[in-house]
Design a protein around this ligand. Structure first.
Ligand code: ADA
Length: 547
């Protein structure tokens, strides 16, 4: 399934997950989709192109839509040999419209490329691995003459368990359409609106509001969710629908504190890459759920989707378990100067926000982890992207994680200010002194009056390497000592509103990083790549209970 629930009860949808043929250098492999080719032993380190092919049976001629949850990292889509779509970036979904499809058997082929290329500025040899494949689910939708493209849910509290719910429904005409009606329902509330005739290819959005009562709010550890349904009718006949799962909660970040449902919160949790020793970046649903249980077992209440938008099924699980999410665009310490950088980021930002807008778990949008926030050029890039996020979603705060220690010139731009720090790992200044110096710098540089967060801190520990006496760097003992000291320092600072440990589990990194990353892994996980806990796990549990 693409999500944890069916998004359509009316629109016919078939899953295209399962076995595909994968061809690499004239050799054919059966591949389970979602999946990445690094799962096949001889392709463990293959970087290049692959052709993914399967047959699709169409019972009824008409208009169809292919939906790809994510292709890593460049996709070209062919339908019966003809190019019908392209997409760049592994971590956001895309769609391909197919007009006038005849009944019968068709061939769907996707050329996938995971090489680092000029003109593709987001995927570079980095401190994580960019796998190759169709790493998220694939679906085929049968469409009618008009469709609901998406909807955006928002709510304002009017009393105890009472809210005004707003739904903006985005419609697209696939043929010339007469007047229609759109109907929405959530938590016992209902509303309808007329839609004037639309010409083929045009789009409109319609906003509906409903007053609802008796609602249980969404909160940390309380994933109270409600089905939001939109139906499009032509005359009295329903022609399309869309279902999402939403939560009712309020979020406020105007002072130094983050308020969820009017209550001050401290966000604590992990940075988590979509990476697993068994699955690469295409984690199974069970593995995603297990990750969340492991995180929750430490007392965490939040996860940061470093450094890209995540699989919507993981976000669905966070919604259901009441786990707060910092979701960020795809950029880890990369060059922001390529000519098309702004354009590519703007596309990913828009895809991220419009695709994930309705997840109640997402509390903040992040951009540009550890990029150039110390120059005037960088400031302009940050400013533009933060403004774009605010335009796309005024209901959530914005942030970015900086590492421009004492030189950052962008702290006044986001709503929540964040720094990644590694005292006792990359340098020897005591954790409490350093965290305090950075917090004071943040305040002096523009963060005063805003929430501040330590978005990364941690230390390397090679799973199974023990040195109880010498406590050498890379031993599990030393990792536990450092994390303990960092956590004591950060969790004890009244001024700070959140802490994200770097990182949840060890991840594979690009070969170019091998010399500072033993085993070609980033070994700062509290768990190893197969989720076996290291010594630091116990310390995290103890410290997360402090606040
Ligand atoms: C940075 C970066 C992470 C990771 C980390 C580390 O802060 O944001 O992606 O590379 O450092 O392990 O050094």
């Amino acid at each position: 399934m693409y999500r944890l629930f069916s998004e359509h009860t009316l629109r016919p949808v078939v899953s295209l997950n399962g076995l595909w043929d994968m061809e690499i250098n004239e050799k054919h492999y059966p591949m389970l989709i979602p999946g990445v080719w690094e799962r096949i032993p001889e392709l463990r380190s293959y970087r290049g192109m692959a052709e993914f092919t399967r047959t699709v049976s169409i019972d009824e001629a008409g208009m169809y839509l292919l939906r790809f949850g994510g292709v890593s990292h460049t996709a070209t889509v062919y339908w019966d040999g003809e190019e019908v779509g392209r997409h760049y970036n592994a971590y956001t979904a895309f769609e391909v419209l197919l007009e006038n499809v005849a009944a019968g058997e068709h061939t769907l082929r996707v050329t996938v490329d995971n090489r680092y290329e000029t003109g593709k500025p987001l995927h570079v040899p980095n401190d994580y691995y960019t796998y190759g494949g169709l790493n998220r689910p694939v679906e085929l939708h049968r469409l009618s003459c008009a469709r609901i493209r998406r909807m955006q849910f928002s709510c304002a509290q009017t009393g105890e368990g009472a809210y005004t719910a707003g739904v903006e429904v985005f419609l697209q005409a696939l043929a010339d359409c007469g007047a229609m009606q759109v109907h929405a329902a959530v938590a016992g509330g209902e509303a309808a609106a007329d839609v004037p005739a639309m010409k083929k290819g045009t789009e409109v959005s319609v906003t509906l509001t409903m007053d609802v009562t008796g609602v249980k709010p969404w909160d940390i550890g309380r994933g109270n969710l409600y089905d939001l349904t939109a139906t499009l009718l032509a005359g009295s006949s329903p022609i399309d629908d869309l279902v999402d799962r939403v939560g009712f909660r309020t979020l406020d970040w105007k002072g130094q504190r983050i308020l969820l449902n009017g209550r001050e919160i401290f966000v604590k949790g992990f940075n988590r890459h979509e990476d697993h020793g068994q699955f690469g970046s295409a984690l199974s649903l069970d593995a995603m759920m297990d990750d969340l249980h492991l995180m929750l077992s430490t007392g965490a209440n939040s996860v940061r989707t470093c450094h890209y938008p995540n699989d919507p099924r993981f976000l669905d699980l966070c919604d259901a378990l009441g786990v707060l999410v910092w979701e960020e665009n795809h950029a880890r310490a990369i060059d922001i100067h390529p000519e098309n950088f702004g354009e590519v980021c703007a596309i990913v930002n828009e895809e991220m926000v419009t695709q994930h807008y309705n997840h109640p778990s997402i509390w903040v949008w992040g951009i540009l982890n550890e990029c150039e926030s110390e120059t005037e050029f960088g400031r302009e890039v940050y400013r533009r992207q933060l403004e774009q996020l605010r335009r796309l979603d005024p209901t959530r705060p914005t942030t970015f994680a900086s590492c421009r220690f004492f030189t950052d010139v962008c702290m006044d731009l986001p709503d929540v200010c964040a720094f990644n720090i590694y005292p006792l790992w990359y340098h020897n200044e005591p954790a409490d002194d350093y965290a305090k110096r950075i917090a004071d710098f943040m305040d002096s540089a523009g963060a005063a009056g805003k929430p501040i967060i330590f978005s990364e801190f941690g230390a390397g520990g090679i799973a199974g390497y023990h040195d109880p006496f010498g406590r050498a760097k890379w031993s599990e003992e030393r990792q536990a000592d450092i994390l303990d000291a960092q956590l004591r320092a950060i969790m004890g600072m009244e001024r700070v509103s959140g802490a994200y440990i770097w990182q949840f589990a060890d991840v594979r990194v690009a070969e170019e990083w091998a010399y500072s990353r033993p085993k070609t892994m980033n070994n700062k996980g509290v768990f190893d790549q197969f989720r076996r806990p290291k010594l630091a796990y116990q310390k995290v549990m103890e410290r997360f209970r402090d606040r």
